[in-house]
Write a protein that binds this ligand. Structure first.
Ligand SMILES: [Zn+2]
Length: 285
């Protein structure tokens, strides 16, 4: 699964996104908002257990050392990614085959088998998110019958998912506050995507303001390479990716946690897959 840092490609996005101050749209999106107004109806970055940070633990992911949080007996990485006990236990002395790692988390033939727990409210969040993925990518979602490997969408304390196909049954957990957009994001994790701001090359594009990050959430902003993780970044960092945090995600004080290199802020996007998201998935699958 080490490849699954699927950061977006941005052949087209580059033109519009990175030409600083060249058009009104850009000026609009980079408007500095020094204080986050709590009344803003901005989409929230996903959390498995909102308000809970648990304890810091050292473990492994794909044989590489990572720091994660132990919350309610689960291993939470980057806020909403669930690592299995097997994933975090592996490491010392374990083989680290690059080639195996690069394919192990993908869904064979780009088909994701799934079920929806009957107790999950607002199931249209799931069916709409699946429809969006199917309309925009080659990934296909098929109701599980007897397949061994599949995703079950169920009620959770927050929004969370495993990363890639882990084998057997895995879950996407959705609290009532998880929107269709959050569900599209969680499906992205299940397909193998990490968060855009953890890209290896992100320092070329963003400043991380550690002093403004809520205590216990710092690792949501760590580059995967800092954790010893190897992966593949597609194209340029995509501020519009559905896997990208916003400038005020996990802020402790209303000040930005991430800005563009020029210090300007940007909004979180949880409506649709970006052009870069689609291109990244195409490249991966
Ligand atoms: Zn996430």
């Amino acid at each position: 699964m080490r490849t699954h840092h699927f950061s977006r490609l941005a052949l087209l996005a580059t033109l519009g996104t990175f030409s600083i101050f060249s058009c009104s749209k850009e000026q609009e999106s980079t408007k500095v908002q020094p204080v986050a107004d709590s009344s803003r109806q901005e989409a929230k970055a996903e959390q498995a257990y909102p308000g809970q940070t648990g304890e810091s633990r050292a473990g492994y992911l794909s044989g590489q050392p990572v720091e994660y949080r132990s919350i309610n007996g689960e291993n939470i990485y980057e806020g909403d990614i669930i690592l299995t006990a097997e994933q975090v236990a592996k490491g010392t002395g374990a083989a680290r085959p690059e080639s195996a790692g690069r394919t192990s988390g993908r869904w064979p033939s780009a088909v994701v088998y799934y079920t929806i727990d009957a107790a999950l409210p607002s199931q249209n969040r799931v069916t709409d998110a699946i429809a969006h993925w199917q309309a925009n990518t080659a990934i296909r979602f098929v109701k599980r019958t007897t397949q061994a490997n599949y995703v079950t969408f169920r009620v959770g304390s927050g929004c969370s998912s495993n990363i890639g196909m882990i084998g057997g049954r895995q879950y996407i957990n959705l609290a009532s506050g998880c929107s269709t957009g959050n569900t599209i994001h969680e499906i992205g994790h299940a397909l193998g995507l990490f968060h855009e701001q953890t890209r290896n090359d992100r320092d070329t594009y963003v400043n991380i303001l550690t002093q403004n990050i809520q205590s216990g959430y710092e690792n949501n902003f760590s580059k995967y390479s800092t954790s010893g993780y190897s992966g593949t970044d597609y194209g340029a960092l995509d501020f519009g990716s559905i896997m990208m945090y916003g400038s005020f995600s996990f802020s402790s004080n209303g000040q930005p946690t991430i800005t563009k290199k020029d210090g300007s802020t940007f909004d979180i996007q949880r409506t649709a897959l970006s052009t870069g998201d689609k291109a990244g998935i195409d490249a991966m699958y």
